[in-house]
Design a protein around this ligand. Structure first.
Ligand code: NDP
Length: 279
């Protein structure tokens, strides 16, 4: 399916038909209280319609409150949360989900992800995710930090296929083979730490391209995500950054500049490698 890029409220369709906004606000390391609440409210005011949180971020309550107070209709906002590693297992997942929903003050979640592939547990966890999905409590289910072996293993038994895989993704970590595998299996690729927490701003080539388009390095990298068909969730608690990070719909990177940025890939990670993550 063609992935059109239109504006901040534009969506791409997941394998089950659910429409997911391709830009969201990430809220990791945003403090529970005023910090996260302001960030979410500024983002919604600026036009964002997608918030990416997790039980592990310990700010679901703030996210839920800000959504309630924002004045934007709940149905118009796409909310993602993630199940933490300690809560994996069938019964544990069902329980952890209810806690998340209480904190977010929501009845239905748009997307629930298994945060990391905890070995020996993620299949039982997935069965619980499938139940919650079939019961209508979650509109789409997916995984995060699953590499090809774990995806293949999960797909063997899954009755409902994961609709999304959220992974570290930026010009220094492309993982093309994994992207191709996800695409072949109709699993939408979603990138975390798209700005590599600011580290990419020191990359000369990104700066040169930014100058050429009269854009910031952040805007260049986020636009590059979208032109690759990758959903992006930059984090910021700064109103100026929140606004400027979505000024990416009035220009298009040329094929040549896309390729120049692609060539920066050096398989460099900011976070842990899921292949040897210590759960
Ligand atoms: P990002 O790559 O989004 O970078 C965030 C950092 O960049 C912050 O320090 C922010 O500071 C700064 N920043 C943002 N915009 C600008 C700008 N325009 N100019 C200058 N600095 C800027 O990092 P994250 O690691 O937070 O990743 C994004 C999201 O991905 C997370 O918040 C989370 O939702 C998700 N994630 C998921 C993981 C998973 O395992 N599934 C793991 C890690 C992240 P400031 O706030 O001051 O603007």
């Amino acid at each position: 399916m063609e992935k059109k890029i239109t504006d901040i409220q534009g969506t791409w369709e997941l394998s089950n038909g659910v429409k997911m906004p391709y830009v969201g606000l990430g809220v990791w390391q945003s403090d529970q209280g005023e910090e996260v609440m302001n960030a979410v409210k500024w983002a919604l005011k600026a036009g964002y319609r997608h918030i990416d949180t997790a039980a592990a971020y310990k700010n679901e309550e703030g996210v839920g409150k800000a959504i309630k107070e924002s004045g934007v209709n709940r149905e118009d906002i796409f909310v993602t949360s993630k199940l933490w590693n300690d809560d994996q297992g069938y019964e544990e997942t069902l329980k952890a989900f209810e806690t998340t929903m209480e904190k977010l003050q929501l009845d239905v979640l748009d997307l629930y992800l298994i945060h990391w592939p905890v070995e020996g547990k993620y299949k039982d966890t997935w069965r619980a995710m499938e139940k919650l999905y079939n019961d209508g409590r979650i509109r789409a289910i997916g995984v995060s930090n699953f590499l090809k072996p774990q995806l293949e293993d999960l797909l063997k038994d899954a009755k409902v296929k994961p609709m999304v895989n959220q992974l570290e993704f930026h010009p220094w970590l492309v993982q093309q083979e994994l992207q191709d595998f996800c695409e072949k299996n109709n699993i939408q690729y979603e990138g975390w730490s798209p700005l590599m927490q600011g580290k990419l701003f020191s990359e000369d080539i990104v700066n040169d391209i930014a100058e050429k388009y009269d854009k910031s390095p952040a805007q260049i990298v986020l636009r590059w995500d979208l032109q690759h068909g990758v959903i992006t969730i930059p984090k910021s608690v700064n109103e100026k950054h929140i606004k400027s990070n979505i000024e990416i719909f009035d220009f298009e990177l040329s094929d040549e500049d896309m390729k120049t940025i692609d060539a920066l890939d050096k398989s460099e990670r900011l976070g842990p490698d899921p292949a040897n993550f210590d759960f």
